[in-house]
Design a protein around this ligand. Structure first.
Ligand SMILES: [Zn+2]
Length: 94
């Protein structure tokens, strides 16, 4: 299982199939101090992972970033890091 350390906490990354998002359009979920859930078949799992990491950072640092702030930040940060070849695409387990 992949874990990502954010601050002093290790967040397990859980890869979820489509069943879990029946009642939401979310491609990821961040549970404060617990885990990050990422949709396997989401449009961009790498971007979704960065998005959920940003939620975790916002939570830990008490930044209170809103969804409408995190969403474009995650898109732009992912694009910038990929364009500079500083970010590999997330390898989604099959
Ligand atoms: Zn979000």
């Amino acid at each position: 299982m992949v874990k990502i350390r954010i601050g002093a906490l290790d967040y397990p990354v859980k890869w979820m199939d489509d069943d879990w998002k029946e009642d939401t359009n979310a491609e990821g979920v961040h549970y404060p101090q617990k885990e990050l859930k990422i949709a396997i078949n989401g449009s961009d799992p790498t971007r979704t992972l960065i998005h959920e990491v940003m939620h975790a950072i916002s939570n830990q640092c008490c930044l209170r970033l809103k969804e409408e702030q995190i969403h474009p930040l995650a898109i732009m940060l992912t694009r910038a890091l990929k364009d500079a070849k500083l970010l590999k695409d997330v390898m989604v387990p099959k």
